[in-house]
Design a binder for this molecule. Sequence first.
Ligand SMILES: Cc1cc2nc3c(=O)[nH]c(=O)nc-3n(C[C@H](O)[C@H](O)[C@H](O)COP(=O)(O)OP(=O)(O)OC[C@H]3O[C@@H](n4cnc5c(N)ncnc54)[C@H](O)[C@@H]3O)c2cc1C
Ligand SMILES: NC(=O)c1ccc[n+]([C@@H]2O[C@H](COP(=O)([O-])OP(=O)(O)OC[C@H]3O[C@@H](n4cnc5c(N)ncnc54)[C@H](OP(=O)(O)O)[C@@H]3O)[C@@H](O)[C@H]2O)c1
Length: 426
Amino acid sequence: MRIAIIGAGCSGITAVKNLVEQGFTEVVCYEQSGRIGGNWVYNADTGHSSVMENTFMISSKKMSEFLDFPMPDDYPDYPSHKLVLQYFESYCTHFGIYPYIRFHSKVDKAILNPEGKWAVYSNSSEVPEIFDYLLVANGHHSVPRHYKIPGHFSGEYMHSHDFKNNKGFENKRVLVIGGGNSACDVAVECSRVAAKTVISMRRPHYIVPKFFMGKPTDTFNDTMRYLPDVVAEKLRKLSLKIQVGNYEDYGLKNPDFPVTYDHPTVNSELLYLLRHGRVKAAVGIREAEGKTVVFEDGTADEFDVIVAATGYKIATPFFDPDFLDYSEAESIELYLRMFHPDYPSLIFIGLVQPQGAIWPLSDIQSRLAAKYIKGEWKLPENLRSLAKKEAEDIRRSFLPEKRHTIEVHYILYLEKLAKLAGYRLK
Ligand SMILES: Cc1cc2nc3c(=O)[nH]c(=O)nc-3n(C[C@H](O)[C@H](O)[C@H](O)COP(=O)(O)OP(=O)(O)OC[C@H]3O[C@@H](n4cnc5c(N)ncnc54)[C@H](O)[C@@H]3O)c2cc1C
Ligand SMILES: NC(=O)c1ccc[n+]([C@@H]2O[C@H](COP(=O)([O-])OP(=O)(O)OC[C@H]3O[C@@H](n4cnc5c(N)ncnc54)[C@H](OP(=O)(O)O)[C@@H]3O)[C@@H](O)[C@H]2O)c1
C-alpha cells in the first residue's frame, strides 16, 4: 500500500507517525520547504504563512499536546513559537518520522486516475508517482483572504500574513482590521511603537483573557465538559463578566450570541491596552478617502497603514478546481471533516478549526485514517447524508462566517473520533 501525504506541518508529521505505527512503510510525506513545522517555522522561506516574531500559543500547553507525547515539564503554560517548533522536532526524532519526509518537494498536481490511484506530480516533474491513498495535510492558514477597502485609501495596505513584527511601524498611525487572534496580536505589537493603533471589528467578538482563577482559560473550560450545555454557557458568561466586565467599557461591543458560537479570540494584553488607551477600538469601516477612514458610526480618523487581519482561504492548488475547491465555500460536506463522499481514497488531516489546538485533532484523525486504510474501520454507507448533516450542524452551531465552515468543538470532536478509532483518551 503506497500512501502520499502533502505537508509536514504538525498535521503531516502525526499522519506519518500513526501510519508507520500501524505497519505502513511505503509512506511519502512531501514537504515543499526544508523543515517540518509549517506555520510554526518563523520567517519560513517558502512563502507559506509563519507565526509572528512574538507569537505565543493561545491554547495552553496541557490542551495542546499530541496524544502520546507530552510537552516538557519546564515548558510554560503558553509556550512561545520557538518552543512549539522544538516540541514538533523532538516528536519527529522520537518517533522516527524524518526518513519518511521528502523535503524541498512541492506537490504541483494530484490527480485521481480512472484506476482509482493517485498520480502525484512534484517539483515540475512530468512523471508522477503513483499512490493508493492521498492524505492532504497542507494547512489552511497560508493563502490570505484580503480586505477590499471601500473607497480609496492612499496609505499603505498589508495583510497580517506579511506582518512579522513591529519594525517599520514606529510613529505610524495604524488601523488593524479584524477581531481574530491575528488582529489582536498585530494591534498589541504595533501599539508598542506606533503613534496610534486602532482595531476595527465589523461585529462584536468575545476577547477572552488567557487565565481564569490563575489557570489557563481552556483548562477551566475543560473542567466543564460533563456539564449540560446551558449550565456550561452560563458559567462561561459569568466567568467573563467577573474577569472582563462590560466590553463597552473597553470601547468594544457586547456580543449577543453564545461564547462557543465563535472561534475564540484569546488575548489578555489587548484588553489591558484598550483600558490604557494604547489601542482604541472602532466599529467596521464605511469608506476611505486619502488617509481618512470613515467608520460605520460616522466617526473618522487618519491612518498611514492598514493591516487587514481578515483570515485565510482554504487552498488546495494541487487539485483541479473542478475536482475540488473550498476556497469560497460557505459549507464543506466532509464526513468527520476528513472524508469526501465521492473519493474514498482521499483523506484530509488538519482541515479543522478547533476551539483549541489543531495537532491533537490531527493526531486522532490520523489514527482513524490508519485504521481505515488497514481495513479495521469502515466508512458508513450513508456517508453522503452524514457529511451533509455535519455541514448543517456546523452552520447551526457557529456564526455563519466563511471562517467557521470547518470549526469544531474541540472536546466533542476529539471524543467522537477517539471512540471511532478505539483510542482511550487519558
Ligand atoms: C500567525 C499564526 C498563529 C497561529 N497560532 C496558533 C496557536 O496558537 N494554536 C493553534 O492551535 N494554532 C495556531 N495557528 C494555526 C496553525 O495553522 C496551526 O497551529 C498549525 O500550524 C496547522 O498545522 P498544519 O500542519 O495543518 O498546517 P501548516 O502548519 O500550514 O503546515 C502545512 C505544511 O504543508 C506544506 N505544504 C503546503 N502545500 C504543499 C505542497 N503543495 N507540497 C508540499 N508541501 C506543502 C507547507 O510547507 C507546510 O509545511 C496559527 C496560525 C497562524 C498563521
Ligand atoms: N497567538 C496565536 O496563537 C495566534 C495568532 C494569530 C492567529 N492564530 C490562529 O490562526 C488562525 C487564523 O487567525 P486569523 O486571526 O488570522 O484569522 P481569522 O480567525 O479567520 O479571523 C479573521 C478576522 O477578520 C474578520 N474579517 C474577515 N473578513 C472581514 C471583512 N471583509 N471585513 C471586516 N472584518 C473581516 C473576521 O470577522 P468575521 O468572523 O465576522 O468574518 C475575523 O474577526 C486561527 O486559528 C487563529 O486562532 C493564533
